[in-house]
Design a protein around this ligand. Structure first.
Ligand code: FDA
Length: 392
C-alpha cells in the first residue's frame, strides 16, 4: 500500500505538467501510466519536432460545449509562459507558419525537460501500470493498480482521449467520469482526414499526393491552409481543421484557388488566347493532374473561343466552390485529437476539479476542450495541467 497526496493517471503532456506544479508545492506525487514510455504523443508530435504551442493561442482556438471554460486556465498559463520555460532549458525553436512553434531539433527535448522537472520536484513515475479500480470510500481515494494499492487525497485524470489507439490511447478517462456520475460529451475523432465514397475514391485515387493551398469551409467556419489528396480522400491542415466542425452527412465547400476568380481568369484567357484548349487554360491555374481531373469530371474540352460563358462558369464553380460530401473520416486510427469528453459543466474552470467529487480532477484532452491544429492542444494540456497543479 502506497500513500500519496496526488495520484495522476497518465504521463502525457497534461499529467506531467500537473505533476511538476504539484511537486513544486511540496505535494507527494505519483504518476502512473500503462505505457512503456512516458509522453509518447509528444514524441511523435509535429513530425518528431513537437509543435509545442502557438504564438496566437487564445480561447477562440478551442471547441467546447462551453467555449468560455478554457479562458481562465489559458489566461493563467499562456504560450509565453511555456516559451519562457523552453528558453530557460536552452531548447531551440522556430516558428514554422501561422504562429506554430516547433523544436529546432527534436520533440524528445520537451519530454526530457518535463521529466527533468518532475525529478527536481520529487515526482515518481510508474510506467506499465494499469488502474484496476478507483473508489472514494472516505475523504481519500483508493486506487487499485496492476502493482499495488494506492491511497491518495487527489486523483488527476490525465489519460487523454482515444485517438491513435495503437499508441495506447484509451477512453478510460470517460469511464472514470461515468463511474462518478459525471456527464461526458459524446467523443468523436477530430483533426482527422476525410474519406470519399467508393465511386469518388476510385475516380480520384490518381490524385493522391497532389496538394494545393485552399480555403475549406463548413457553415460559417473557414480555414485557409494546405489541402492534400490522398488514396482515400482528403487530408492536409485545412481539411484536418474543418473536420473538427464537420457534421456527418453534410457538405463541405472547398475553394481550390482562393486568390483567383476562375471565371474572370478563363474569360480573360478566352479573349487573349481564344485558340487555347480549356484544359490547357485550367492547367495554367492548377496542378496539371488536378486540372485534367476537373476537366474530365465536368466533361470540359475544346477551344476557349468555342466555350460558352455558361460552361466557363461551371468550370469556375468546380474550382472556386467545389462542394463535397465526405462519406466519413479516417476515425480514431489517425485522428490527432478527440472532440468532446468530460463535460465542462461538471468541472471548475479555475481548478479542473469535479464539483460533485472533491479531489477528482480532469485535465488535458480528456476534457471537452479541443484545440485547432497548430500547437493549441499542447497549450491546453500545459494550461489545464498547470491550473490543476495549484490545487491538487
Ligand atoms: P496524452 O494522450 O498526451 O497522454 C495520456 C497518457 O495517458 C498517455 O501517456 C497514455 O499512455 C496514458 N493512458 C491512457 N489510458 C490509460 C489507462 N487506461 N491507464 C493508464 N494510463 C493511460 N498537439 C499539438 O498541440 N501540437 C502537435 O504538434 C501535435 N501533434 C500531434 C501528432 C499526433 C500524431 C497526435 C496523435 C496528436 C498530436 N497533437 C498535437 C495532439 C496532442 O498530442 C494531444 O492533444 C496531447 O498529447 C494531449 O495531452 P494529454 O496529456 O491530455 O494526453
Amino acid at each position: 500500500m502506497q500513500n500519496v497526496d496526488v495520484l495522476i493517471i497518465g504521463a502525457g503532456a497534461a499529467g506531467l505538467m500537473c505533476a511538476i506544479e504539484a511537486g513544486k508545492r511540496g505535494r507527494s506525487v505519483l504518476v502512473v501510466d500503462h505505457a512503456k514510455r512516458p509522453a509518447d504523443k509528444i514524441r511523435i508530435s509535429g513530425g518528431g519536432r513537437c509543435n509545442f504551442t502557438n504564438l496566437h493561442a487564445s480561447p477562440a482556438n478551442y471547441l467546447s460545449e462551453n467555449p468560455r471554460f478554457a479562458v481562465s486556465a489559458l489566461k493563467r498559463y499562456t504560450q509565453h509562459d511555456f516559451i519562457a520555460l523552453v528558453d530557460k532549458h536552452g531548447i531551440g525553436w522556430h516558428e514554422k507558419t501561422l504562429g506554430q512553434l516547433f523544436c529546432d531539433d527534436s520533440a524528445q527535448q520537451i519530454i526530457d525537460m518535463l521529466l527533468g522537472l518532475c525529478q527536481q520536484a520529487g515526482v515518481r513515475i510508474q510506467l506499465e501500470t494499469s488502474i484496476t479500480s478507483l473508489t472514494k470510500p472516505d475523504d481519500r481515494f483508493t486506487i487499485g493498480t496492476s502493482r499495488d494499492t494506492v491511497r491518495a487525497h487527489s486523483v488527476v485524470v490525465a489519460c487523454g482521449g482515444p485517438s491513435i489507439p495503437k499508441m495506447g490511447a484509451t477512453g478510460f478517462g470517460y469511464e472514470i467520469a461515468k463511474r462518478f456520475d459525471l456527464p461526458v460529451v459524446t467523443p468523436r475523432a477530430a483533426l482527422v482526414p476525410f474519406v470519399f465514397d467508393d465511386a469518388m475514391r476510385e475516380r480520384s485515387k490518381h490524385l493522391a499526393g497532389v496538394s494545393v493551398d485552399a480555403v475549406v469551409s463548413f457553415k460559417k467556419t473557414s480555414f485557409r491552409e494546405g489541402l492534400l489528396f490522398t488514396h482515400r480522400g482528403l487530408s492536409g491542415p485545412s481539411i484536418l481543421q474543418i473536420s473538427s466542425y464537420w457534421e456527418e452527412g453534410k457538405d463541405i465547400r472547398v475553394n481550390l484557388l482562393p486568390n483567383t476568380d476562375v471565371f474572370e481568369a478563363l474569360k480573360a484567357a478566352k479573349q487573349n488566347q481564344p485558340k487555347q484548349d480549356i484544359k490547357t487554360a485550367l492547367s495554367g491555374l492548377l496542378p496539371k493532374k488536378l486540372a485534367t481531373h476537373i476537366a474530365e469530371e465536368h466533361k470540359l474540352g475544346g477551344r476557349l473561343a468555342d466555350t460558352s460563358d455558361k460552361v466557363l462558369r461551371k468550370a469556375a464553380l468546380a474550382i472556386n466552390e467545389w462542394t463535397i460530401k465526405p462519406v466519413g473520416t479516417e476515425g480514431y486510427r489517425t485522428a490527432e485529437v478527440t472532440l468532446g469528453g468530460v463535460s465542462t459543466k461538471a468541472l471548475s474552470s479555475k481548478t479542473m476539479e469535479a464539483s460533485t467529487v472533491p479531489g477528482l480532477f480532469f485535465i488535458g484532452e480528456v476534457v471537452d476542450v479541443t484545440g485547432h491544429l497548430g500547437g493549441f492542444n499542447f497549450q491546453w494540456a500545459w494550461a489545464s495541467g498547470h491550473a490543476a497543479g495549484q490545487f491538487v
